[in-house]
Design a protein around this ligand. Structure first.
Ligand code: APR
Ligand code: PHB
Length: 395
């Protein structure tokens, strides 16, 4: 059996695992990343694209944000459309000067993988059947299969950064954790299209036919979404039907035009919320999607993952370098405060902007009134902008 040793074994090579590995490296702590999929697969996975100011700055500060700095689109505001009426929220003004970075998550992941490998730091791709052992003891291990052989990593801590379907959370006995779930009765049909964005800023549209979102990746690449029923088969939607529907839901007046172009990717994502408490079991710490999921409406998924690993890296630094356990003891509580706030914000945005088939006329009026209040009140806009651009980090 192949044997390896490290301080922290990181399971999963998404944003959480990659950023954690670099934060640890800067603190002089050694880590190995084990990833189930191939490098090509991980780099090709299309995900969201909005970074809070603090999340983008974290990537830049740790040296992994060179391309982000160059290619991101910095936005000062977002647009909310109510049945065709556009209203801009000036995020910069209402958040005390913060901006958001629009940059694809898969671009960030590609940049960070290249950075880590160029520095000669290990990522083991196609590590199959990862099993975690002795996570309550002083020397936990992770075994995996690769090239027909069994390998074992012996470490001091394991970071479970392996997403919602990963093995880390499942290693924890059921009676040691509590899981909170909420499934929304609709999904998003997402498209990536080779066409210039039709708007300088993101448009979140509430429409009687369902929610739509206009986002972007560059001056030549647009990312758009439609609210659809959960049982939708994306192949049942022709490209023309998708553009027509986006046109209706995002449409403003005759002066605005939705640019159409070649659709290069179509995907379907159900909307759900999930939290596990606590995010620790012995020397195993969960971070990112392994511990929580938010519906994409608030654009919080990757941002929460970054906040988690900042807290985890700080706790590991205190313990490993200064023999101070306080950061690790507080890890779960620190993260969960931010997570529940993001859960609330994402739930609120999702509820306000989507059409709910189970909602009566009364609830719809309340929903509309809430949005009208947001758009007419500076203090409500401050609350929105503070949440959307991201609260300060606790550590
Ligand atoms: N063994 C090894 N790796 C695994 C295993 C396993 N058993 N199971 C899953 N993985 C890998 C996945 O292949 C993936 O590359 O863990 C990685 C988890 O990455 P993400 O899903 O990107 O999760 P995370 O790093 O927490 O990032 C959160 O990503 O899912 C989005 O919306 C989410 O934007 C948020 C962000
Ligand atoms: C995206 O660009 O993919 C995106 C943007 C904002 C969201 C969700 C997704 O709220």
């Amino acid at each position: 059996m192949g044997q390896q040793r490290t301080d922290v074994c990181i399971i999963g090579c998404g944003p959480a695992g990659l950023i954690l590995s670099q934060l640890l490296k800067l603190a002089g702590i050694d880590s190995i990343i084990l990833e189930r999929q191939s490098r090509t697969y991980v780099q090709g996975r299309i995900r969201a694209g909005v970074l809070e100011e603090g999340a983008a700055q974290t990537m830049i500060d740790i040296g992994m944000g060179e391309r982000l700095k160059k290619h991101r689109m910095l936005h000062d505001g977002v647009v909310i459309s109510l049945d065709g009426q556009r209203h801009r929220i000036d995020l910069k003004k209402h958040s005390g000067g913060r901006q958001i970075s629009v940059y694809g998550q898969h671009d960030s992941v590609r940049d960070m993988i290249a950075f880590r490998l160029a520095a000669g730091d290990p990522i083991i791709f196609e590590a199959a059947d990862v099993v975690l052992n002795e996570v309550k003891g002083d020397t936990p291990t992770a075994t995996y299969q690769k090239d027909g052989e069994t390998h074992q990593v012996t470490c001091r801590y394991i970071a479970g950064c392996d997403g919602f379907h990963g093995v880390s959370r499942k290693t924890i006995p059921d009676d040691e954790i509590t899981e909170y779930h909420r499934a929304f009765p609709f999904a998003w049909l997402g498209i990536m299209a080779e066409v210039a964005p039709s708007s300088d800023e993101l448009i979140y549209a509430r429409h009687s036919r369902g929610f739509a979102l206009h986002s972007m990746r560059s001056q030549t690449l647009s990312r758009l979404y439609l609210q659809v029923p959960l049982d939708t088969n994306v192949d049942d939607w022709s490209d023309e039907q998708i553009w027509d529907e986006l046109d209706i839901r995002l449409g403003a007046d005759e002066n605005w035009q939705l640019n159409r172009g070649k659709i290069i990717q179509k995907d379907l994502a159900p909307l759900r919320s999930f939290v596990v408490e606590p995010m620790q079991y012995g020397n195993l710490f969960l971070a990112g999607d392994a511990a929580h999921i938010v519906p994409p409406t608030g654009a919080k998924g990757m941002n929460l993952a970054i906040a988690d690993v900042r807290a985890l890296a700080s706790g590991l630094d205190k313990k490993i370098n200064h023999n101070d356990p306080s950061g690790l003891e507080e890890y779960s509580a620190i993260c969960l405060r931010r997570i529940w706030n993001a859960q609330r914000f994402s739930w609120w945005m999702t509820s306000m902007l989507h059409q709910h088939t189970d909602q009566d006329e009364y609830q719809q009026r309340i929903q509309f009134s809430d949005l009208e209040h947001l758009l007419s009140s500076d203090s409500y806009k401050n609350v929105f902008a503070e949440n959307y651009t991201g609260l300060p980090f606790e550590v």
